[in-house]
Design a protein around this ligand. Structure first.
Ligand SMILES: NC(=O)c1ccc[n+]([C@@H]2O[C@H](COP(=O)([O-])OP(=O)(O)OC[C@H]3O[C@@H](n4cnc5c(N)ncnc54)[C@H](O)[C@@H]3O)[C@@H](O)[C@H]2O)c1
Length: 347
């Protein structure tokens, strides 16, 4: 395929708030998508969709996007895009993916958190089998150079056998930010299956990104390769964003650009550039490559359903007060943090 003559036709859904009221009141991720898509030639951003006329107008003016819709269904009917990018909140992802796949859309670029409930995991597997729709999830940190380097150190055996990975995220939850760290823990473990998980949350009345959020949550889980992982949402762990302890050494990532390796041979610091456009475009290119006949990437739905399953399992564990063994057997069909909040009100 000549990419320049035949680029993929893209519509972006959920362009981002024109006005923000608080730091947790949205990150306008649709703006970053538009900025990044303007830097490449494999796809053309032809339309935006948003339920807010104000948001839509501000975004279209800024990026010069030709068409705008306030109805997603109308956009699918009129534009017939090849690809939809979903930058809306988690509760709308599955219904939008299903509508797109049934309207003939071939590729979906979906923001994290991927799915809203355990029931949607099952539905999505069936939908993919039925329609062949290709979905990638924007856990773009798999392309962030510092994590690629940390994985290379682990794969080279520099810290021996990985034993415990830990991370803390000050003032964030297990899904909006936590989903990134859960996915990076899986990436660093070469996507070894998770065997079991415990989760706990303090849930009061915090809502953001269109859903109930916990104020503080934590997850502890075990990979089939023997490594365990601990994620503490709500509080940071020292001056470190992630620590990976192995049988013969440790890696400490101070932030997403700086880290250190400690082994019996000594201590070495390293730095890597953080967040270049190639990190975002890496995800877009992975989707385009797949749509053009390449293999499914690790950000494809087959693998990303497992990150979603882990994320939801931590909440199911908090809801049931029990350990969750994988595969997740729950049929819960609502956002689990909503179910936790309801349970708190009745107990
Ligand atoms: N990959 C990342 O690092 C990253 C970073 C930030 C946010 N996100 C994710 O992106 C998603 C959006 O977050 P945001 O921070 O951009 O939020 P935001 O509030 O800035 O933007 C969301 C937009 O979606 C629109 N919207 C809501 N429901 C809609 C619907 N049913 N149909 C059409 N439009 C709808 C809103 O009007 C708003 O313009 C969230 O799932 C969030 O987790 C990802």
């Amino acid at each position: 395929m000549n990419r320049k003559q035949n680029p993929h036709r893209i519509a972006l859904v959920g362009v981002g708030k024109a006005q923000k009221d608080s730091p947790k009141d949205g990150c306008k991720i649709g703006y970053i998508h538009a900025e990044m898509l303007a830097r490449q030639a494999r796809g053309s951003l032809l339309a935006g969709v948003d339920i807010s006329e104000e948001n839509l107008q501000a975004w279209r003016e800024k990026f010069g996007v030709p068409q705008g819709f306030t109805s997603y269904e109308e956009m699918l009917r009129d534009l017939k895009p090849d690809v939809v990018a979903l930058a809306t909140y988690v509760g709308s992802h599955y219904p939008m993916i299903e509508a797109a796949a049934r309207a003939g859309v071939k590729g979906v670029f979906c923001e994290k958190p991927f799915l809203n409930s355990p029931a949607e995991i099952k539905k999505l597997r069936l939908l993919v089998a039925e329609t062949g729709v290709k979905i990638v999830v924007n856990h773009m940190r798999r392309y962030q150079p510092i994590f690629v380097h940390a994985k290379a150190l682990i794969d080279a055996g520099r810290i021996g056998t990985p034993a415990l990975m830990s991370a803390g995220i000050a003032d964030w939850d297990l899904s909006e930010w936590g989903a990134h760290w859960l996915d990076i823990f899986r990436f660093l473990n070469s996507d070894s299956p998770v065997q079991w998980a415990f989760g706990q949350t303090r849930t009061r009345d915090l809502r953001s990104f269109g859903h109930q959020m916990e104020e503080h949550g934590m997850g502890y889980f075990h990979f089939e390769n023997g490594c365990k992982a601990l994620l503490d949402g709500g509080s940071a762990i020292g001056s470190c964003c992630m620590q990976i302890n192995g049988s013969e050494g440790a890696i400490r990532l101070v932030d997403e650009g700086r880290g250190a390796l400690q082994t019996k041979d000594g201590f070495e610091e390293f730095t890597r550039p953080s967040y270049g456009p190639e990190v975002w475009l890496g995800v877009w290119n992975a989707l385009f490559d797949w749509m053009e006949g390449g293999p499914e990437p690790d950000l494809g739905a087959s693998n990303q359903l497992l990150t979603s399953e882990l994320n939801l399992a931590l909440y199911v564990s908090a809801l049931t007060g029990d350990r969750v063994d994988f595969p997740l057997a729950s049929d819960l069909d609502v956002w689990p943090v909503d179910a936790i909040a309801r349970k708190n009100q009745t107990t």
